[in-house]
Write a protein that binds this ligand. Structure first.
Ligand SMILES: [Zn+2]
Length: 241
């Protein structure tokens, strides 16, 4: 982590905890009121929902755990929004904008999508599809490219067939989710194998947090991906899905 967060703002708030940020924003909005007892926590919600409640003089804030790694200025923006709402103060547009920008970040959207998929229901679909079995595909690729050494994560099919995501590896649940669009007889196995291989590489190469940007597809990731023999054909197939 550096001096600048991903929204490009210089962060002087970097060393404050979320609780300290809420206390500071509270002082800003209600300078003549003593700061109430504050409880700020991250919760596993199915959506990026956040709650604030004042009860018996205690202020209770529950933020989505999607925000757990968010830069301090984003937490501050949300504190302005939630406390502003609670005390009926007009929230400067800057904060609403900053918070929206963060939710629109590609990696955050992806994570939100996955969280909705997994938490929106009680369990992950099993690896068996109507046409393809994900364990078979995984094991075949495991033998071919990883010497059979890769531990099998949870494997499941997405609920819908939205085209926003072909596959996804979720490190927090150690799960690979493949778009159900591939579970069709007219979809060549090669297309599915490529997507599975790509997600297996995410398991193999963790996200690089060095520097100010999260790097998902590192150079070594890209190099390893080139070992897939029919990479070009597979990518062509994906375009025709
Ligand atoms: Zn990827």
């Amino acid at each position: 982590m550096g001096m600048f967060d991903s929204t490009g703002l210089q962060s002087s708030l970097f060393f404050e905890s979320p609780g300290e940020i809420y206390a500071r924003v509270f002082r800003e909005l209600k300078p003549r009121t003593a700061i109430p007892e504050l409880r700020v926590e991250f919760c596993k919600f199915a959506n990026a929902d956040n709650f604030i409640r004042l009860e018996n003089g205690r202020l209770h804030v529950r933020m989505s755990d999607l925000l757990e790694g968010a830069p301090a200025p984003v937490i501050e923006a949300l504190a302005q929004i939630l406390l502003g709402k609670l005390y009926r103060k007009e929230v400067p547009r800057l904060y609403a904008h900053r918070y929206r920008l963060y939710l629109n970040r590609r990696d955050v959207r992806r994570q939100a999508h996955l969280v909705r998929q997994i938490r929106g229901r009680k369990f992950l679909s099993g690896p068996a599809g109507a046409h393809y079995h994900l364990e078979e595909i995984f094991e075949r690729l495991n033998r071919q490219f990883f010497g059979g050494l890769m531990g099998m994560p949870q494997l499941g099919w997405s609920r819908g067939t939205s085209r926003s995501m072909l596959g996804h590896f979720d490190p927090s649940h150690n799960a690979i989710i493949i778009n159900r669009i591939f579970d069709r007889p007219n979809v060549p196995a090669l297309a599915l194998e490529y997507v599975m291989f790509h997600e297996m590489l995410h398991l193999r190469f963790p996200v690089d947090h060095a520097g100010s940007r999260r790097r998902v597809h590192t150079k070594e990731f890209r190099e390893a991906e080139k070992e897939f023999p029919q990479l070009k054909e597979a990518k062509e197939l994906l375009k025709k899905l």
